[in-house]
Ligand binder design. Structure first.
Ligand SMILES: Cc1cc2nc3c(=O)[nH]c(=O)nc-3n(C[C@H](O)[C@H](O)[C@H](O)COP(=O)(O)O)c2cc1C
Length: 210
């Protein structure tokens, strides 16, 4: 019997970046002078109430997080895409780090103002929430792992959401049919499309994860 290997269906490629599509997070932190910094990132995932975030080593937000031990993770939707894009190529760091300066980044002192977003006070951390973002999570720093980037773990302490994305009839649940995250994929902005299939995982009550 001869066994024929299945023919290859993939091309072997070497992408410079692996931005497969993740939600944009606007990270607010406090600067040393008490003003707020706000930076878009898209390297973020959630495990229980721990968020794991990826920052470039020259990020001013990273320095603020390490100094203060806290931040707010604001999740914009498609309505905030212009605000997010106004923050692109800006940094709270002064002077602007050499790689960023060479690639067109500029220093911005008041990034809430630049973005056109409204700072509102948090409940447990000093960094402000962005009022226009449907989700804002106050978080405290757990760990920083330094590689060629900084892999940062924070614990989500308080979750604030706009009433419009809450599940009707539930005190705690978010309605995924109403929540539309802003997704960055290979340096372009998208959002989620329609639900494509029921999930068998939904047979487990969300409360079982508590
Ligand atoms: C949509 C978007 C996603 C980004 N994702 C990341 C990211 O995941 N990690 C990161 O370090 N920088 C990311 N950046 C670049 C940062 O915003 C940039 O480094 C910025 O200067 C950080 O601001 P800061 O220096 O004030 O912290 C992203 C920028 C945009 C516009």
């Amino acid at each position: 019997m001869t066994i024929t290997a299945p023919s290859r269906v993939h091309d072997l490629v070497d992408p410079a970046i692996l931005y497969w599509g993740t939600p944009v997070v606007l990270v607010s932190t406090l600067n040393a002078d008490g003003t707020a910094n706000l930076a878009p990132i898209s390297s973020a995932f959630w495990l229980g109430h721990t968020a794991t975030l990826g920052f470039g080593l020259a990020s001013h937000s990273l320095a603020n997080l390490q100094r203060t031990g806290e931040c707010v993770l604001n999740l914009p939707g498609p309505d905030q895409v212009s605000a997010v894009d106004r923050l692109a190529l800006t940094t709270g760091a002064e002077p602007v780090p050499p790689w960023k300066a060479a690639n067109g980044y500029v220093h911005s002192r008041d990034k809430f103002d630049r973005a056109g977003l409204t700072p509102v006070p948090g409940r447990v951390v000093a960094a402000p929430l962005a009022a226009e973002c449907p989700v804002a999570m106050e978080a405290t720093l757990e760990a920083v792992h330094l590689t060629d980037h900084a892999v940062v773990q924070v614990t989500v302490e308080q979750v604030h959401v706009h009433p419009s994305i809450r599940m009707a009839g539930s005190e705690r649940r978010i309605d995924p049919a109403r929540w539309r995250p802003l997704i960055m994929s290979f340096q372009r902005f998208f959002t989620l499309g329609d639900e494509v299939h029921p999930s068998r995982l939904a047979g487990i009550d969300e409360e079982a994860y508590r």
